[in-house]
Design a protein around this ligand. Structure first.
Ligand SMILES: O=P(O)(O)OC[C@H]1O[C@H](OP(=O)(O)OP(=O)(O)O)[C@H](O)[C@@H]1O
Ligand SMILES: Nc1ncnc2[nH]cnc12
Length: 156
């Protein structure tokens, strides 16, 4: 979700959230400006604002599935799912899910990876949001969309 385009322009919560995210230059390699959300998790108010913004936006939109991308989507997705009355589906890195999975490979800013999802966890025409902490190249989000393969409301 690009906050400034979604009725949140000027919302003071955005400033608090932005201020709580530490930016680490050249991590994990030179040229990357790493957006470290672990500092946001230490700030109760900013963390709560983050969850509240998504809950306010999606609570009355008949969303029945929140899909969270490993690992950082797991930090935000379950709280949002509980608050809006949706189920939570983990989209995991390879080899972590014990059941039958579908998988999708993708390129990253610094490498490549694969996401997997248990089959049978989403029904056709369910309304889904995908939660992660950020988009860089968009490769992860594209893989998540491919896995879910339905009409989506996108949130990042
Ligand atoms: O838009 P993209 O270029 O795909 O990059 C964004 C993805 O990269 C990071 O995860 P990462 O793969 O580093 O895994 P982690 O959350 O397990 O650290 C981030 O949490 C997103 O999932
Ligand atoms: N710039 C960045 N900050 C944090 N996580 C990332 N994952 C990919 N690019 C990233």
């Amino acid at each position: 979700m690009f906050a400034s385009e979604n009725g949140l322009k000027g919302d003071p919560r955005l400033e608090a959230i932005s201020a709580a995210i530490r930016v680490v230059p050249d991590f994990p390699k030179k040229g990357i400006m790493f957006q470290d959300i672990t500092t946001l998790l230490l700030d109760h108010k900013a963390f709560k604002h983050t969850i509240d913004i998504f809950v306010d936006r999606y609570r009355d939109m008949q969303i029945s599935v929140v899909a969270g991308v490993e690992a950082r989507g797991f930090l935000f997705g379950p709280s949002i799912a509980l608050a809006i009355g949706a189920k939570f589906i983990p989209l995991r890195k390879p080899g972590k899910l014990p059941g039958k999975v579908i998988s999708e490979s993708y390129e990253l800013e610094y490498g490549h990876d694969r996401l997997e999802m248990h089959v049978g966890t989403v029904e056709p025409r369910e309304r889904v949001i995908i939660i992660d902490d950020l988009v860089a190249t968009g490769g992860t989000l594209s893989a998540a969309i491919s896995l879910l393969g339905f009409f989506l409301f996108l949130s990042v």
